[in-house]
Design a protein around this ligand. Structure first.
Ligand code: PGA
Length: 252
């Protein structure tokens, strides 16, 4: 399992060409090597995976697929499988990102994808997070349901082969990230939710928890120090060479 600070660079549908993807990847890897103790997991658009992963994996860098289908093969036009992703050099899979959930992906799909990823030997990065917050705290219920569904088919011995990316939807693409002490509270809650699914609960089996949503060079250090997290899932700050370099420099 990963003991370094983990940065998942979610490129989403960027950049526009393979040439630029190669440049961005080279800059990302360079920045990651400079920041010791940091490991980067790059999640490029699937069409760029093969050319990027070819001969370019290393101790500080790994690849993730942004999405895949839970079936092994078959008539699923436009889809790729976890086994195919693994074959191109992918070690991780982002599952249930808020943007996919907004496009119709349900907790049930996430559950199936988590199980399929594990079967193919791909580490699932399970994205959870509420759309909005109110003082009455309903968002805890949303998070609990997402976790309980995602971990339904995960045996206790595989918990450590999963990651949780808590991304409050209201912070994704926003100006400001969540407050580190609110993240710390959420981390405790996430561990509690997972613990209650497995008996007897063993602290050593908790997944690494990442935070995502408006992370940049200015707020990453505080969040890492106070949020009780293992790293970040980063969108905008991962697709711009200046920003990604600044982010890793901030974590040196
Ligand atoms: P952001 O996106 O860093 O641009 O807010 C995060 C995400 O969507 O995972």
């Amino acid at each position: 399992m990963i003991d370094k600070t983990t940065i998942v660079a979610n490129w989403k549908m960027n950049p526009p060409s393979l040439k630029e993807a190669k440049k961005l990847y080279a800059a990302t890897k360079k920045a990651a090597v400079g920041a010791r103790g940091v490991r980067v997991v790059v999640a490029p658009p699937a069409v760029f995976l093969s050319p990027l992963a070819k001969g370019r994996r290393g101790r500080n860098a790994a690849f993730a697929v942004q999405n895949a289908h839970f079936e092994k093969s078959g008539a699923h036009t436009g889809e790729i499988s976890y086994a195919q992703a693994k074959d191109t050099g992918v070690a991780y899979a982002i599952i249930g990102h808020a943007e996919r959930r907004a496009a119709g992906e349900m907790n049930d799909d996430v559950r199936k994808k988590v199980a399929a990823a594990l079967t193919s030997g791909v580490v699932p990065i399970i994205c959870i997070g509420e759309k909005e917050r109110s003082d009455s705290g309903e968002y805890f219920g949303v998070v609990k349901e997402q976790l309980h569904s995602a971990y339904t088919n995960v045996p206790q011995k595989r918990i450590a082969s999963t990651l949780v990316a808590y991304e409050p939807v209201w912070a994704i693409g926003a100006e400001e990230a969540m407050k580190p002490n609110d993240m710390q509270e959420m981390v405790i809650f996430i561990r509690k939710c997972i613990a209650e699914m497995y008996a007897p609960a063993q602290v050593s089996t908790f997944p690494m928890i990442l935070y995502g949503g408006a992370i940049d060079a200015g707020n990453a250090r505080d969040m890492l120090a106070q949020g009780d997290i293992g790293g970040f899932l980063v969108g905008r700050s991962s697709t711009n060479i200046k920003k990604v370099t600044a982010l890793f420099n901030a974590l040196r």
